[in-house]
Design a protein around this ligand. Sequence first.
Ligand SMILES: Cc1ncc(C[n+]2csc(CCOP(=O)(O)OP(=O)(O)O)c2C)c(N)n1
Ligand SMILES: [Mg+2]
Length: 376
Amino acid sequence: MSSTSHAFDISGSYELHNFETGPPETTEVTKEELVNIFETMYTMRRMEITCDNEYKARNIRGFCHLYDGQEAVACGIQAALAPEDSWVTSYRCHVLALMRGGSVSEVIGELFGKAGGVTKGKGGSMHMYNKEHNFFGGHGIVGAQVPVGTGLAFANKYKAKPGEPMNVAIACYGDGAANQGQIWESANMANLWDLPMIYCIENNHYGMGTSIDRHSSISDYYKMGNAIPGLRIDGMNVLSVIEGMKFAKEYVGAGNGPIYVEMMTYRYHGHSMSDPGTTYRNRDEIEFTRSNRDPVEHVKSCLQEADFMSAEEIKETEKRIRKEVQKEVMKAKEWATPEYKEVATDIYAKSLTPYDGTYPPFVRMPDFAKSFTFDV
Ligand SMILES: Cc1ncc(C[n+]2csc(CCOP(=O)(O)OP(=O)(O)O)c2C)c(N)n1
Ligand SMILES: [Mg+2]
């Protein structure tokens, strides 16, 4: 082991379904990598806490689903995949937008409805995309992103050069979505056609206010693909997520067909801002997770175990990131709202000419004769 890298024990992080061997039991990480992981995850945490505050100050309106508690999942996936791999997810998408080309100001600016937001202020919390960075949303309909992800995997296989590893696709969805028929229908095709597809269940134990014991007859989500192999990962340990996802990417990218990955994780906030998150679960449960399994605290303890950062240096870094996030928020607040004419741009596939900009297209106005639709 060199002085700037450290080996961490990640044994016990995985459970396998239809695999003889799984990811490794130790992982070697450099100082630079671990510091980068910490900074990324702490930025995610601060960004989501800031969203919470801005929402309560009524600077953000509408839906808003926060990701704090689940940071190791998004950070670990990003670290293991290549930028060319396609990623699609549910409405809980702020930090994924950050991983895929967005800045804090662009994500929060989107929530403020500003023109500089990742989707030009027109999507809001649930609809962030970045095609250039192979991020395909941000979907409000539970489970709908999974067939879309399967299509992305099909495209990646179609475009791959014969004999070379394929770019992969990943669709993240919740435990509450996992029993939907469309997921199995897509997975069946992916298995028949050996698509490079990762079905990634973020098991945060609740679908809105309903616990998995009440909404699912099976709790081993990684086994749900039946013949399709599965991997359950400790989703609170970012190092386990990275190694697990490298394993998954290699498996599907080599043409073996799809995989089910279950991330064991937890959300601290309620389902969305209208849910206090404490009526259907015990406050002690949240507190217990915060004190024993917190993914950011885990990275901090790894940094100290490896002597990569002292407690003092960690505190300094946190202070710096808190300031940076605040600065990004102030910047986004200064941005303009989108121009009225922009409202329909990039929304409909067909050109909107001769739209004259007087009324929003496709919105039914009280005087229907004034509503703008295409001539059909
Ligand atoms: C088809 C559909 N049904 C219901 C809803 C309302 N709804 C939004 S989120 C949600 C729960 C999803 O829980 P889960 O899949 O576990 O994801 P999590 O919110 O925990 O990330 C429901 C029922 C919806 N958006 N779409
Ligand atoms: Mg859930």
